[in-house]
Write a protein that binds this ligand. Structure first.
Ligand code: SF4
Length: 303
């Protein structure tokens, strides 16, 4: 199905974080509005699809707005926003991206993310968290390596399960195998890699899955749609076809107890390298024992 492409110039590209994201970083940055992966597996339960400010009434995955001047906007706002962030939040941290994927296939053509990363080489944030569902991130390995000399760089790669398919739902934009390969490649190059299992989907072989995560990442973050989609009980996600497909594979995975069971398994393989919910996204990891305290309601970053 075709995607509607538009190009625009934005006045601001650095959004001061609020709500759940406030504890993760001072700003978010979206090189695009919309996401070309919206019709793939991750798009089904994507939290952004419920955000009318982003969708403006259009079907999720049907549009992509290219923010052509994103790099210029970043550079022009840099001094002011860094000053504000350091004063109000302690450090200037950028989350790219919470409402799109920086490595959508259209990035090959428009190179907006690339231009922003080049802008950051000129004027680096204190911290950069890059969140993606795509193996295409490895294309910019050279820039990441350079950038990590000037700022604290963390690459979050979403791998929600060891399964590529859930019954009745579309395939992922990037297979589990390719995302694991990308994680390994980035880590081998010295980039700090975090696997985000968010939202957690039913895992066929948790022992093998977390071993694989441990082998190619510095840390793992596990988040359930309950408490993770911006509602305390997962109401938003329950309105999508995702829970039914998850339940068809393993009904137990719909409960928060399933998350806690997976956290316990992850901790066995990766003691001290496991985070839960928004705390995990912020880099606050569990000391080594399984947590029974769920994160407060707040949509975890997507992308
Ligand atoms: S989860 Fe991320 S990659 Fe998937 S549709 Fe949403 S924004 Fe795009």
């Amino acid at each position: 199905m075709p995607i509607t492409l538009t190009k625009t110039s934005v006045r601001s590209i650095l959004t001061r974080s609020s709500g759940y994201l406030k504890t993760v970083c001072s700003h978010s940055l979206q090189p695009y509005r919309g996401c070309s992966f919206g019709r793939s597996l991750c798009g089904v339960g994507c939290y952004v699809r419920h955000n009318p400010f982003v969708t403006r009434g259009a079907e999720w995955g049907s549009f992509l707005e290219v923010r052509e001047n994103a790099a210029a906007a970043y550079l022009s706002l840099y001094d002011r926003e860094r000053r504000w962030a350091r004063t109000s939040r302690g450090r200037f941290g950028v989350f790219m991206s919470s409402a799109t994927d920086p490595f959508v296939p259209h990035e090959r053509r428009f190179r907006v993310t690339r231009s922003v990363l080049h802008g950051m080489l000129e004027k680096p944030p204190d911290e950069l968290i890059i969140q993606t569902h795509s193996h295409l991130a490895t294309r910019y390995l050279d820039i990441f390596s350079e950038l990590s000399k000037y700022c604290s760089l963390r690459m979050h790669i979403s791998i929600e399960s060891d399964r590529d398919r859930l019954p009745g739902l579309p395939p992922p934009a990037s297979s589990v195998a390719r995302r694991f390969e990308a994680a390994a490649c980035l880590r081998e190059a010295g980039i700090h890699v975090v696997i985000t299992v968010a939202p957690l989907l039913p895992i066929a072989d948790p022992e093998a899955f977390f071993q694989r995560v441990s082998d190619c990442a510095d840390a793992v973050v596990i988040d359930h749609f309950i408490g993770g989609d911006g509602t305390a009980d997962g109401t938003r996600t329950l309105r999508t076809p995702l829970p039914e497909a998850m339940s068809a594979v393993d009904p137990a995975c719909l409960s928060i107890a399933y998350r806690d069971a997976m956290v316990a398994k992850a901790l066995k393989r990766m003691p001290g390298r496991v985070g839960v919910g928004i705390d995990g996204f912020a880099g606050r990891l569990l000391a080594g024992q399984p947590s029974t305290d769920g994160p407060g309601p707040g949509a975890a970053p997507t992308g």
